[in-house]
Design a protein around this ligand. Structure first.
Ligand code: APR
Ligand code: PHB
Length: 391
């Protein structure tokens, strides 16, 4: 089989790339290790920057997003027993974010690919990348019990942090930068009424807590926990009790409990691989970088990579120009490092660091006091949270 762009991974990055290329008349085939049901069942984050919403609109998958997504013009920071609002619309000249689950984004993209007759091979086993340092890269894999080969002009490695694409690059050609945090998030999804109209990021002596939502009747909450936390030790009731202790008094009083639909532990890591291009292989999304979820940047960064990569591939095929492909890695990395900085900062500001003496905690409180009392500081947070401008 032959195509123009061979895409590894049918997460948001791979599916969005194939959809944008399709709209520009460029063929692709997506190879995904898991089943469609598995990919669509994964619960992930849920905050979209305006730029991500615009790109999903451009990809023709914005309808459900606009009818079911919740526009949020700010977030709340809770600390020292009180809640303080950061008003994005006021601080950024009218910008906001959209709360809409990544799971739903993936479903919308799969549906659009299916409607357009797009080739997405689920349960493709043993995907291998070949010859991307030359002019004719290839992907090999097994599907329906047979060995297959996909020849292409370019490979897009959109296969997430644990994927094969980044690991196919010779170690001497790639540099990685990493920080692993000494804590994780325990998340719970439940059909309970949100306790607040906006997200609450809470700093507490017992550890961080986040109140988020998926709809007016579905809540998503997280508490900081240890990285090796066992889910069995956390029956729903214990999670609700812990949330009540960590959220501000008003939110705690309004907290409605109910059975969990999903529970999971998310490790916290900052990671960047450089560069993001190796000959005819381009990495995008979690395959190249991971942020801790505190800044809500993971999916948005993946979408930004895809914006730049689709634009560069379209310039190659339609205008015979390769300058954007040549600039891809640097362009992406400028945005990625700024998002890394912001995600690290939000994480450091709000979590309990086990090894810290009292000094670090006092500095956090001072910084939170500063962020909620200085317009300049609040604006810095708001500008980064809603998403920095594109190049
Ligand atoms: N072969 C084929 N597919 C693979 C392989 C492989 N060897 N390894 C992984 N995959 C698939 C995974 O099963 C997954 O469906 O690649 C896909 C990668 O999807 P994501 O992990 O969702 O990564 P990405 O599309 O870049 O989306 C980034 O996901 O983790 C969040 O915070 C992150 O929101 C961000 C988004
Ligand atoms: C979520 O709703 O899952 C969510 C929201 C904000 C974050 C992280 C996760 O910072």
């Amino acid at each position: 089989m032959r195509t123009q762009v061979g895409i590894v991974g049918a997460g948001p990055s791979g599916l969005l790339l194939s959809q944008l290329l399709h709209l520009a008349g460029i063929e692709s085939v997506v190879l995904e290790r898991r089943s469609r049901a598995y990919v669509e069942g994964r619960i992930r984050a849920g905050v979209l920057e305006q730029g991500t919403v615009d790109l999903l609109d451009a990809a023709g998958v914005g309808d459900r997003l606009h009818s079911e997504g919740l526009v949020h013009g700010g977030i709340e920071l809770a600390f020292g027993g009180r809640r303080h609002r950061i008003d994005f619309e006021d601080l950024t000249g009218g910008k906001a974010v959209m709360v809409y689950g990544q799971t739903e984004v993936t479903k919308d993209l799969n549906r659009a690919r299916e409607a357009a007759g797009g080739a997405v091979v689920f349960e493709a086993e043993g995907v291998r990348l070949h010859d991307f340092d030359g002019a004719q890269p290839r992907l090999t894999y097994r599907a329906d019990g047979a060995e297959r080969e996909l020849r292409c002009d370019f490979i897009a490695g959109c296969d997430g942090f644990h994927g094969i694409s980044r690991r196919s690059v010779p170690a001497a050609s790639i540099a990685t930068f990493e920080r692993v945090y000494p804590f994780a998030w325990l998340g719970i999804l439940a059909d309970t009424k949100p306790v607040s109209a906006e997200l609450i990021y809470a700093r507490h002596e017992r550890g961080f807590a986040l109140f988020s939502m998926r709809s007016p009747s579905r809540s998503r909450l997280y508490i900081q926990c240890s990285p090796d936390e066992q889910l069995d030790d956390w029956p729903d009731e214990r999670i609700w009790d812990e949330l009540r202790l960590r959220l501000d008094a008003e939110a705690a009083a309004r907290l409605e409990t109910g059975p969990s639909i999903e529970k999971s532990v998310t490790p916290m890591r900052s990671f960047v691989a450089e560069p993001m291009r190796f000959g005819r292989l381009f990495l995008a999304g979690d395959a190249a970088h991971i942020v801790p979820p505190t800044g809500a940047k993971g999916l948005n960064l993946a979408a930004a990579d895809v914006r730049y990569l689709s634009r560069a591939l379209i310039a190659h095929y339609k205008e015979g120009r390769d300058d954007l492909l040549d600039a891809y890695s640097e362009t992406c990395l400028r945005r990625i490092w700024k998002a890394q900085r912001f995600s690290w900062w939000m994480t450091s500001l709000l979590h309990r660091f086990p090894e810290e003496s009292g000094f670090g905690g006092r500095v956090q409180l001072a910084e939170l006091d500063y962020v909620t009392s200085s317009r300049a500081a609040a604006r810095t947070l708001a500008e980064n949270y809603v998403g920095l401008p594109f190049e």
